[in-house]
Design a protein around this ligand. Sequence first.
Ligand SMILES: O=C(COP(=O)(O)O)[C@H](O)[C@H](O)COP(=O)(O)O
Ligand SMILES: [Mg+2]
Length: 487
Amino acid sequence: MNMQQSITVRGKDRYKSGVMEYKRMGYWEPNYEPKDTDVIALFRVTPQDGVDPTEACAAVAGESSTATWTVVWTDRLTAAEKYRAKCYRVDPVPNSPGSYFAYIAYDLDLFEPGSISNLTASIIGNVFGFKPLKALRLEDMRLPTAYVKTFQGPATGIVVERERLDKFGRPLLGATVKPKLGLSGRNYGRVVYEALKGGLDFTKDDENINSQPFMHWRERFLYCMEAVNRAQAATGEIKGTYLNVTAATMEDMYERAEFAHELGSNIVMIDLVIGYTAIQSMAKWARRNNMILHLHRAGHSTYTRQRSHGVSFRVIAKWMRLAGVDHIHAGTVVGKLEGDPNTTRGYYDICREDFNPLHLEHGVFFDQNWASLNKLMPVASGGIHAGQMHQLLDLLGEDVVLQFGGGTIGHPRGIQAGATANRVALEAMILARNEGRDYVHEGPEILAKAAQTCTPLREALDVWKDVTFNYESTDAPDFVPTPSMAV
Ligand SMILES: O=C(COP(=O)(O)O)[C@H](O)[C@H](O)COP(=O)(O)O
Ligand SMILES: [Mg+2]
């Protein structure tokens, strides 16, 4: 399709009043060579029946940059050719009739430096509601180095987080306090103390724990920090608890975060639903205050899960690395929530690598340079347990927080035993890996052996050994990448 010629109308005729096809207005430029400084977006476009695919893709470029539905004379007062986004490539999605990958280049001058809100207002602002489209998905973006450098990036980063926590060479362990709602501050603090004393590095508030009538935030923060301090004293290790500062206003969030800081917490937490501007504000606050910033991706599945519509989580992960959070929930593969192995691997690479080469099997469509932005720690959370430790280490690697909520607090002999089971399982697996054993295949044996001298682990394996969540992924690619896609 890229062999086609530009059909952009030029000269005076281009600005005659009236409605003109987007592809004739200059939003389809098949010979355009993207510049190193261009932002590139890859959309999966599903036009309505009867709509010309090239026109649909050009419309996406138009409506996400300068265009409206009719020619406007004020275009002539701008450097219109520069400001127009240009769709330069349209490929049918292999094995998926009716869908097309549209590559669209945006000049850097279209964006305010360092603002995710500004970027997203262009790229996903209007265009998802456009009538000629049946569905639209933002699959991936290439962010030019010049643009990446305008963002702060993760406030702390993986390297400094490990230094502050004094924990190296293994994944970190956490737990979400359960039940999600209803515990009093005092009982909540008990869970935190037991989980940390039992061997976890972190505990965390759940996404919907803020300041409800059953437990106001100050009450929770006080009991949680008492628990952290006591667990640190009892174990000689550094511990943390993600205090969720998500609130109705920025003023409330700053007040909560400052109180957490005053109490000596090393980490605070926010939910994705607070919005991009609030996230960037909190990232700046976290850097100023030497705090690790945990992001729960609450709400993301409302728009990330369907392969033909919405925004892929890989794009959200990129935006969040720019925005400056230190932790991001990125999937578990084996747990209770959506997570195709290859696609999840792509998210983890986006969080943790300095440079992401194009890797179509992992859903990574572009080379992406992170230009010395700190690395973002992925968090695996949702329906995982000690019996999966070998799989988790293999699939997710070492720089990750493994978070077992039910898989700690549901232990038959209590929370501390649940935490100990996870810590012993993890350390047994790390030791086996470091000894060069084939821990993935020998995993169940390694765990069984460790359980001979650790009753809590034996009990955990007995209760959960057969628990799996085997459902078909809704977000795995429905196409096999072809070599031409990598060009
Ligand atoms: O409450 C939990 C996990 O609880 P449990 O460990 O008891 O299952 C987290 O909110 C989800 O994992 C988030 O999902 P994701 O990490 O995919 O965003
Ligand atoms: Mg939750």
